[in-house]
Design a protein around this ligand. Structure first.
Ligand SMILES: N[C@@H](CCC(=O)N[C@@H](CS)C(=O)NCC(=O)O)C(=O)O
Length: 238
């Protein structure tokens, strides 16, 4: 199956009975959340990349929001990255990524929710044409409670001694922080303000699933710049 993006004119690639499929976009951080879970759990699947500027009608049929990721297997369809990741974790219980303690699980969700404020500002900073100064301050302020949560846990990963769902939910946007800082240097996440977070970034860099799914900073910068110019290079290198 081609890695190239499917567009408005692409015929629907037939499903194989019993085979799991993810609809993705190679540079999408939300799709990366679910790709990380699939990779970490070593789950066999196929990938259909979508040209998000020219979406096929069969893509819209599967998700009225028109976003990736989407999961599909036989008659089952799901979308929204966190929903997809949780579903995979429940259906394929090897290497369980979600805590069994409901309180711990809810606290993890809370941290992902806190982090989402920084994500909103990341998009303003990295993809904005004129970046307002308060966006940069807001970004750093939003990361402070995330740093604090990691410090309170005192573990190498948010999830504890090993990588968990919370880490995979936060990681993809953090992977893009260096690219953002190359475009807007005041947004850099430094070890003096975020000692735990920067150490966590180092730890995440050693996780095999992360190594498999990640892009390097120049690739992210290229994607962001092409997206800002209105022509995202979905198929770079293919
Ligand atoms: N809340 C969604 C967000 C997904 C999302 O925004 N994905 C982007 C790509 S990174 C997308 O599909 N955008 C549609 C578009 O560009 O039209 C999730 O968590 O899955």
């Amino acid at each position: 199956m081609t890695e190239k993006s499917y567009t408005t004119t692409s015929a629907f690639p037939a499903l194989t009975p019993g085979k799991l499929r993810i609809y993705s976009m190679r540079f999408c951080p939300y799709a990366e959340r679910t790709r990380l879970v699939l990779e970490h759990k070593n789950i066999e699947h196929e990938t259909v990349n979508i040209d998000l500027k020219q979406k096929p009608s069969w893509f819209w049929d599967r998700n009225p929001n028109g976003t990736v990721p989407i999961l599909e297997k036989d008659d089952k369809v799901l979308y929204e990255s966190l929903v997809c990741s949780d579903y995979i974790d429940e259906v394929y219980p090897n290497n369980k990524l979600t805590p069994s303690d409901p309180y711990r699980s809810a606290r993890d969700r809370l941290i992902v929710e806190l982090f989402s404020k920084a994500v909103t500002l990341f998009y303003k900073i990295a993809y904005g044409k004129d970046v307002p100064k308060d966006a940069i301050k807001g970004f750093h302020d939003a990361l402070d409670p995330v740093e604090k949560a990691l410090a309170e846990r005192g573990t190498p990963f948010f999830g504890g001694g090993s990588v968990q769902m919370i880490d995979f939910s936060i990681w993809p946007h953090v992977e893009r922080f260096d690219a953002m800082a190359q475009l807007v240097k005041e947004a850099r996440v430094t070890a003096d303000r975020y000692p735990k977070l920067t150490k966590w970034i180092e730890n995440m860099g050693k996780v095999p699933a992360v190594q498999k799914c990640r892009w390097d900073t120049p690739a992210h910068v290229h994607f962001i710049e092409t997206a800002k110019a209105g022509k995202p290079d979905f198929d770079v290198g293919l």
